[in-house]
Design a protein around this ligand. Structure first.
Ligand code: HEM
Length: 168
């Protein structure tokens, strides 16, 4: 099931898609889309059209429909959704809630941080950094093997020196 979901979403952030996804909606506008045939919800400042996802949602359509037209951020976080689920949010995003904005992606690891800008506060929202570069995967391998090599050399050193000092 997980692999099926991964296949249905290519984790690549394209800036032109990002621009389309910055359309601003009010709570009242989102609230008008709360049926099985037209279901929107808000998660962490993103406005999502999840109509086509209702039948695919592993947690069932009922639970999504309960939050239809509303802010479901708390419910989404409370379940402890996986990174796959979090990445899927981008697929269904059609805009942002009034008061939020998407930061423009910069660099290779473009993220989609959302933040609300009020007169007195600037609240950082959840960021999903998508790591699909092979160099990052190999970097993780080095991070593991280099310390392992250093640690084994450290512990092996006394034995090697003792053996080499043994007078045959
Ligand atoms: C567009 C928004 C959502 C997406 C893309 C999504 C995606 C997923 C995915 C991929 C899973 C499988 C488990 C995982 O990978 O974490 C899942 C499970 C689940 N989701 Fe969602 N979800 C969304 C919104 C919600 C909301 C708003 C609720 C609650 C109100 C919810 C409740 C659940 C539940 C109860 C499960 C089953 C957990 C389990 O069986 O352990 N989801 N969701």
């Amino acid at each position: 099931m997980d692999s099926q979901l991964k296949n249905s979403f290519t984790p690549t952030l394209d800036f032109s898609t990002m621009v389309e996804k910055t359309k601003v909606f009010t709570l009242a506008q989102v609230a008008q889309h709360k049926s099985k045939k037209d279901c929107w919800l808000i998660i962490n400042g993103r406005v999502l059209n999840v109509t086509s996802f209702l039948v695919e949602h592993p947690g069932g359509d009922e639970i999504l429909l309960e939050s239809a037209g509303k802010d479901a951020s708390k419910e989404f976080e409370d379940i402890g959704h996986s990174t796959t689920a979090k990445n899927l949010l981008l697929k269904y995003q059609i805009g942002v809630l009034e008061g939020f904005h998407v930061q423009e992606p910069t660099g290779a690891n473009a993220d989609t941080k959302l933040s609300s800008k009020g007169p007195t506060e600037r609240k950082e929202m959840i960021a999903f950094v998508i790591k699909d570069k092979p160099s990052i995967k190999y970097g993780c391998l080095f991070e593991f093997f280099v310390p392992l090599l250093v640690a084994s050399s450290y512990f092996a050193y006394p034995y090697v020196t003792v053996i080499s000092k043994v007078d045959y």
